[in-house]
Every structure is written in C-alpha cells, then in structure tokens.
Design a protein around this ligand. Sequence first.
Ligand SMILES: C[S@@+](CC[C@H](N)C(=O)[O-])C[C@H]1O[C@@H](n2cnc3c(N)ncnc32)[C@H](O)[C@@H]1O
Length: 296
Amino acid sequence: MTEVETRVGSRWLELREPADAAARSRSLVTTLAAELEGRAHEGAALTIRDRWGESVSHRRIVVHDLGGGGGTMRRWLAPQLPGPQHWVRHDGDSELLHDTAADPVRPTTNGGAVTDETRPGDLTRLAPQDLIGASLVTGSALLDRLTAAEIGRLVGSVVAAACPALLTLTVAGHITLRPSDPWDAVLEAALNDHQRRTLGDRELLGPDAARVAADSFRAVGWSVELAASPWRLGTESAELAGEWLESWVDAACEQRPELGEIGPAYLARRRRQLARGLAVTVHHVDLLALPPRGGR
Ligand SMILES: C[S@@+](CC[C@H](N)C(=O)[O-])C[C@H]1O[C@@H](n2cnc3c(N)ncnc32)[C@H](O)[C@@H]1O
C-alpha cells in the first residue's frame, strides 16, 4: 500500500457492509453472470451436482478482488455467480487480510464450492502478471482512491487478462440530505475537493474515477455499462450515517479550514435530525466492463 494510504479499519467495513450490499447494482450482476456462463473459463474443470442431483461439469471461475481486504465483495457476489469459484483477495492491509482469512465462505446458489486466498500488495503498482488466470476482476470502493495513471495501469492489467471487470461503489460526487440545509452544497464541494486532493505526488481522482476508468476501457474497444448504486441511509442505518456524517464534515473542514467555524454546529444539527429521521443519500456508481466479442 502507498505510504499515504490510511487503514480503513475492519469496524468501518463491517458497519458499511449492509449498506454496500443494498446499494450495488443487481442488474449489472445479471449481465455479468450471463457473460460468465457464456465464456470458456480458464482453470480446472470441476464436477458438481445440479439441483436435480445430476453430475455436471463446471469450470472454476477465478475472481481477483482488488482492495477486497474485508471480504465484503465476495460475501455479496459469490452466491450470485454460477458454479465453483476461487477468490483471490488483493489488499495493501495485510492485517485486514489476515484477520478475515478464516471467514466462512458460503457456496453458490447452485452448490458450487467457493475457495479463497489472500494476496497482500500495493494496487497502485498492479501489473498484468498479478491477474494471470483471472476470469473476473472485482473491486469495491477503490477506484476513487487512485490516480489517473494508476487506473490506467489497472485497466491495462484487466485488458491483458481479457476478462470482465465489475468495479463498484465509486463515489459520484453528490450527496442528498432531506431535509436540506443551507450549508450542504458548500460542504459537498469541499468534500469533492478533498477526494480530488494531491497526496505526495499522487493526484487522487475522487468522483472523476469512474468516468476515467470507463473512458480507458472504451478506448480499447471494451463495452462499459454504468449503474447508480446509492447508499440510502435512514434511521435503520443511523450508526453508519452518523459516522459517515462526521467523517464527511471532518474531511470538508480539513480541505477548507475556514469551514471549521460552521462544521461542529452543522454536525450537531444533523445528528439531532438523524435521530428524528434525516434521510441521507450518498451517490455512487458501479461499472461493468466486458471485453469485445471475439477478443477473448
Ligand atoms: C473502502 S475499503 C473497501 C472494502 C473492501 N472492498 C472489502 O471487501 O471489504 C478499500 C480497500 O482497499 C484497500 N486499498 C486502498 N488503496 C489500496 C492500495 N493502494 N493498495 C492496496 N489496497 C488498497 C484498503 O486497504 C481497503 O481494504
């Protein structure tokens, strides 16, 4: 992991897991599952039983999950994909990978076994050899933490692997709070600037990341589908909404120190409203990239 990257923390990942699962696009997964069914997969052929008890031969799907340290993508996606799967979780946080290495892995809905391995490493330096043998590349809440050059390398590595990529929950740069507040737009703009900040010599893309990734895939003839994947946080997710609001206001004030004068009062006001039913929508975008037909 880059020296500037900070640990996200397993508690934060646990807190956001249900909201992430509810937000990610199901329609992109339907397209992806059909694509995977239709492809000749690399990897060992396995025999499993179908729902009528007949033996059927399936090839194992090998999924490389980029930034998959907490395993949340695997827990959400594996049951929705066909047949046996092997997941390779890449992450710069080796402690997080280690802590989740023994997590139970549920089989797919058609009985396919799911196995898992972890691979510590810095994704800003991802290279084609890291994805050799992949039948699918996934990522969640990752792209907006990268620069244009790093996304270019990531796309180049996926293109070399010639397999689909599902990259979910990239921030879209827009937040809706109901009821609204006169300071919402100012804080939103400051957060967007924070997500596009320069760290060392790295200019993060923040809300521009999904567009840059989509353009990079399209430039080499891949088809790209984008879908909205907003977090919708209400009273049932008040703890997540409260923590998210605090980190949002902190980031905005760090970016524009003059907001320190209004930030604490804004946060206190929003926390009181949260208890009475403040509705928070944090907009994200999911991206599915598919290789051109005949280009496999
Ligand atoms: C917001 S979390 C996403 C949750 C994650 N997809 C999961 O399954 O739990 C982002 C993840 O990307 C990892 N990450 C961010 N930048 C990275 C980098 N440059 N190299 C490796 N991992 C990175 C973090 O350690 C973290 O686990």
